[in-house]
Design a protein around this ligand. Sequence first.
Ligand code: 5GP
Length: 144
Amino acid sequence: MDPYTIFADIVAGRAAASKVYEDADVLAFMDIRPVTSGHVLVIPKSPVRSLSELDPELGGKLFRVGQQVAAALRASEVNCDGVNFFLADGVTAGQEVFHVHLHVIPRTPGDGFGLRARPRTPPRADLDYLAASIRGALRRAVPE
Ligand code: 5GP
């Protein structure tokens, strides 16, 4: 699969971006089509396509920078009463750019942003069954 995305050009300085933070590993910049005003993307500089490819240390750093950006949004001139983090992993989850990115979305009352979902409360037995299945998969992925 073609590893190229526009984010690689942004990291390399070949494409324009309105940057808010940069260090050796991480870049944060304004989303070109913000869902609310002040919407920021935090990305690893390396071209990591999916969560499964993301080094956990780097993932931790993305979250840390996301936290700092969230605090900065609240302290800046951006209208920001709350913040949502959002990360789409895979086409079905809504991922369009295949370079991992954490959305940091400032929220204000009535801004129209939200997740569409129809949550139900399943029987406890169903929750327990799925929890056991996930625990098993975690043990296989992260052996003690
Ligand atoms: P996804 O749907 O993959 O989670 O989100 C991709 C995000 O990247 C979208 O919010 C979209 O607006 C943003 N985006 C796509 N192309 C560019 C670009 O060239 N520059 C910037 N700054 N953001 C982009």
